[in-house]
Design a protein around this ligand. Structure first.
Ligand code: G4P
Length: 355
């Protein structure tokens, strides 16, 4: 459970937003969720679905019937959260290749768990890649030909899809053996579809990086933000840093000790960021730590792999989170139903009174 508390700084009188992620029991969560107060707001998922993504999704769905193989590039640090649920749902029959890329930044044991998990679906094959350092062209071409054998006089159409910044352009440049598409660490560089003839019987269809209209799992959305799939202007580095610091304190404390030379790790993410901030000289006038500056440094270091290879989610963790999301969704629907019933009853009563 993530709470956003609006407090007032007693020294300046200014209001300050304070994010706190709390692990509450389901019962407490239910009580809080049913009693929103003006000082507490439940942090929702980060959402980023600009108009060009909506347009690109529509184009992709229109082209899908012509496609022989779907290649979805994923971020190996967040294989589930970086996978587009809508494309998966639309392609239950088509050969589907999930490429777990950036394995140089990902926890190898967890990557293997995800490969096994995805391959439970009969139409799905996976490959773990590190496109930055290795050329997997032959492996990928062989797999495409195996899943969709070439037909005389016709190219196999392989659609390359994925969320922003996972390495789609890097993959296409690799397969084409030349610099065709622009790569970049800034999400959403490619804006329209383009076809690339590999001249070996395979035609690639390059599609823009897209997310989906509603990211239901808040944890998943924070993972997307932390790893760099969501444009920086749509998220706050501070929020991401709280999320990242909490995650590392829980799952990879030894990496924090090593990277920041900390003898005794603090208990909370805020204390950790303050410690790193003081170490790096991120101070405001009066000696207070500049949380925005230290957050930017921390997130950039995490994204660049300076905290070692990370696995943000396992199949087990995701299953638990999806259960929680389903409970919250059902409760919200129930509250909405009750609200509508009460409103209808009020209208009926008012009408009866008028008669
Ligand atoms: P996209 O088309 O899916 O949006 O992604 P793109 O290929 O543009 O790649 C986004 C960033 O990820 C690029 O970094 C790229 O080099 C990097 N990248 C791709 N594959 C890997 C990988 O396996 N490991 C790591 N660590 N990084 C990878 P960049 O620095 O912005 O671009 P560039 O200067 O390298 O071109």
């Amino acid at each position: 459970m993530i709470l956003r508390l609006y407090l007032r700084d007693i020294t300046t009188g200014q209001s300050v937003t304070f994010l706190k992620r709390l692990h509450l029991s389901v019962q407490t969560t239910k009580i809080l969720a049913s009693q929103p107060s003006p000082t507490q707001e439940f942090v929702m998922s980060i959402q980023w679905y600009p108009g060009h993504m909506h347009k690109a999704s529509k184009e992709m769905i229109e082209t899908l019937p012509l496609v022989n193989v779907v290649i979805e590039v994923l971020d190996a640090r967040i294989p589930y959260s970086s996978s587009n649920p809508f494309i998966g749902e639309l392609c239950t029959e088509k050969p589907y290749i999930k490429l777990l890329n950036k394995t140089d930044l990902a926890d190898p044991e967890i990557t293997l768990q995800w490969q096994e998990y995805f391959e439970q679906r009969s139409n799905t094959k996976t490959l773990a890649l590190d496109l930055k350092n290795h050329d997997p062209s032959k492996q990928i071409i062989d797999l495409i030909n195996k899943l969709s054998p070439q037909k005389e006089g016709r190219n196999t159409l392989a659609m390359v899809t994925g969320i922003p910044n996972v390495g789609k352009s890097t993959l296409i440049n690799c397969l084409a053996g030349k610099h065709i598409t622009k790569t970049g660490d800034e999400p959403a560089v490619t804006k329209g579809q383009q076809r690339i003839n590999l001249r070996n019987g395979i035609m690639l269809l390059d599609t823009p990086g897209i997310l989906w209209p509603k990211i239901e799992n808040p944890q998943g959305s924070y993972r997307l933000g932390t790893t760099g799939a969501i444009k920086d202007t749509a998220v706050s580095y501070e929020d991401l840093a709280y999320f990242g610091a909490e995650f590392l304190l829980e799952k990879y404390p030894e990496r924090l000790i090593e990277r920041y030379n900390i003898l005794q790790l603090p208990k909370t993410e805020i204390e950790l960021l303050e410690l790193i901030g003081a170490q790096r000289g991120c101070l405001r006038a009066g000696g207070r730590v500049d949380l925005e500056r230290v957050s930017t440094i921390f997130i950039n270091e995490l994204r660049a792999g300076m905290l070692g290879p990370l696995g943000f989610e396992t199949p087990e963790v995701i299953e638990a989170e999806l259960e929680q999301v389903a409970i919250i969704k059902a409760e919200k629907e129930e509250r909405e139903k009750l609200r509508l019933e009460k409103a209808a009853a009020r209208r009926r009563k008012a009408k009866a009174n008028r008669k």
